[in-house]
Design a protein around this ligand. Structure first.
Ligand code: URA
Length: 209
């Protein structure tokens, strides 16, 4: 099994059906499990939730084409984890530096809400993704679903490492930094401000440098 699912991954029937609907409605879109983006010698892995229908599902690159990406990539550029200009287009030439971005669920879920069984099925890809990063030292979990998926992939008990914005957990040789997800809803409601988000990446940078 590879750390990225194939275009026609059959594991989650509801997501397969949704993928077929999107392919019929928008044949020019990517409409497949979205591969991880970044460098194979990454020291930092960022784990999101799942592709947005008109974002990563359309463009084929995580967090590319929807609101969440504006804050994420802007912050990564600010802290030196990405170079170039983010234009919400996989051809924008943006390059991640010692970083990889992936999602807890690789296929777009209806209403942005993956089911627990879908999160479990996709976890094997997260597990493989992590084990294929030999230089990995830090992970940013964007939201509780990413955090819980990460703990499952690392084979540790959830009760031992509660999710909290700004929390930092030591798990084996890894530092896990939690953040609220950078979704439009969270930023519009100021559950997550740009400053709160930057503080998380500032802590990651201090740790890695
Ligand atoms: N786009 C992604 O790829 N992941 C998210 O979690 C949100 C938007």
């Amino acid at each position: 099994m590879k750390s990225d699912p194939g275009r026609d991954c059959p594991l989650c029937p509801r997501l397969v059906e949704y993928r077929h609907d999107q392919r019929a409605a928008h044949p020019e879109w990517f409409n497949a499990p979205v591969p991880s983006f970044g460098t194979s010698d990454a020291e930092l892995l960022i784990v999101g939730l799942a592709p947005g229908v008109q974002g990563a599902n359309r463009t084929g690159r995580p967090f590319t084409g929807d609101f969440a990406g504006d804050l994420l990539y802007g912050t990564l550029i600010k802290f030196g984890f990405a170079t170039g200009v983010f234009k919400a287009d996989p051809k924008d030439g943006l390059t991640l530096q010692r970083t990889m971005i992936t999602n807890a669920v690789r296929c777009v879920p209806p209403q942005n809400k993956p089911l627990p069984a879908e999160i479990r099925s996709c976890n094997s890809f997260l597990r493989l993704r992590i084990s294929a990063l030999p230089r990995l030292r830090a992970v940013v979990a964007l939201g509780r679903i990413a955090h819980d998926g990460l703990l499952t992939a690392l084979d540790v008990r959830k009760a031992a490492y509660p999710f909290g914005h700004g929390a930092c957990h030591h798990i084996g040789g890894l530092r896990v930094f939690d953040s609220y997800h950078c979704s439009r809803y969270n930023t519009n409601t100021r559950v997550l401000t740009p400053e709160m988000f930057e503080n998380v990446f500032g802590a990651v940078k201090t740790y890695l440098d």
